[in-house]
Design a protein around this ligand. Structure first.
Ligand code: 5GP
Ligand code: MN
Length: 327
């Protein structure tokens, strides 16, 4: 790293009241980076009044320390500094949006290629595996506790798909090694925090796989789950993670589309690809975003309308890259 290091400490000078927020429907990297930051600051800067805001995070992250300190509604005002982390655009901030805008200073720490640089200061590294990796590089290594390390390790594990996506670098692995030496219970973080599914989650995964359809000469796989199906199996929106990844793993497929209905005729779409399709470009066209290999958006219509709209862009990309010929 030849560029001068961006240090979190420099942003905390003179700060008395601090807010932290991630994105709506928080995932592992969002929870890990918000909580890693929260723990690091409260442990090393006890004089700063620090608040962390998130939508009700998944129960599966309860092993991270201080999850009971997460606030879901904003009561406090007049923040000296507000840090948005793992958040690509201001609209996705959720509960803390109003106070974020009113803070004296705002800082955005992120790794999304679709980041709109909405902070007063923006520290965005699109090549990083995760926001937790970006965060780690801003901290003093010796001041990271086991608790903060566990949160940061969680985010890296989730956004790198347990160190297997192409966003994983030697640097990612070195950081993971440093975090392990802090005493992180990594088998539990990976097994219980990432792979483990409840019985109903396995059932809905099975249903999604059974109903999946191969399209575009087998280069694309698609599946959709309706609200009535979610109700039938007793699964909530927070329990729909991991399905798109299993679809992506289908041999021969380059891109997987998974969608679930969040309100009548409105779908939360997840896109994942292996080699050719730029998911961020497809999701970005429909007002969403994310990364090249993983992105999302929300689309209205029947599931057939939604998939047809997405397929048009996916097919165009596969045509441009000559992937559909000679299949
Ligand atoms: P997922 O499919 O797991 O919801 O999201 C994959 C990636 O795309 C994550 O990095 C997530 O932050 C991003 N993403 C998902 N949905 C949206 C969206 O509606 N807008 C934007 N800007 N990013 C999204
Ligand atoms: Mn992330």
């Amino acid at each position: 790293m030849s560029e001068p290091r961006v240090k979190l400490a420099d942003f905390l000078v003179g700060v008395k009241k601090l807010g932290i927020a991630g994105h709506v429907r928080p995932d592992g990297d969002c929870v890990g980076s918000c909580m890693g930051l929260y723990l690091y600051i409260t442990e090393n800067y006890p004089d700063i009044e620090t608040h962390v805001y998130m939508e009700e995070p998944k129960g599966r992250f309860d092993y991270i320390k201080a999850m009971d300190k997460v606030e879901e509604t904003v009561v406090d005002t007049d923040f000296d500094l507000f840090i948005a982390i793992d958040l690509s655009n201001a609209e996705r901030i959720g509960v803390a949006g109003e106070e974020y805008v009113k803070a004296k200073k705002t800082l955005c720490i992120d790794h999304h290629v679709s980041n709109t640089k909405f902070g007063m200061v923006n520290h965005v590294i699109p090549t990083a595996s995760s926001s937790c990796e970006v965060l780690y590089d801003m901290l003093e290594e010796e001041k990271i506790s086991e608790a903060a390390a566990t949160a940061i390790y969680t985010g890296i594990v989730h956004d790198s798909g347990v160190f297997k996506y192409e966003n994983t670098s030697e640097h990612t692995m070195n950081i993971a090694g440093k975090l392990m030496s802090k005493g992180v219970n990594f088998p539990a973080v990976i097994d219980e925090g990432f792979y483990e599914k409840s019985y109903v989650q396995n059932q809905i995964l099975g249903r999604a796989l059974l109903e999946s359809i191969l399209l575009l000469k087998g280069k694309c796989i698609y599946s959709a789950i309706s609200q009535s199906e979610m109700k039938f199996y007793g699964v909530t929106q927070k329990e729909m993670g991991g399905i798109v990844e299993q679809l992506r793993l289908t041999a021969g497929v380059d891109v997987a589309i998974f969608m679930y209905e969040i309100s009548p005729m409105e779908y939360k779409v997840s896109l994942r690809s292996k080699k050719y399709v730029d998911c961020n470009v497809v999701a970005g066209y429909f007002g969403g975003g994310g990364h090249v290999r993983a992105a999302g958006c929300i689309l209205k219509g029947t599931k057939h309308d939604v998939v047809n709209n997405l397929l048009e862009h996916i097919e165009q990309q596969l045509e441009e890259k000559d992937v559909l010929h000679n299949v």
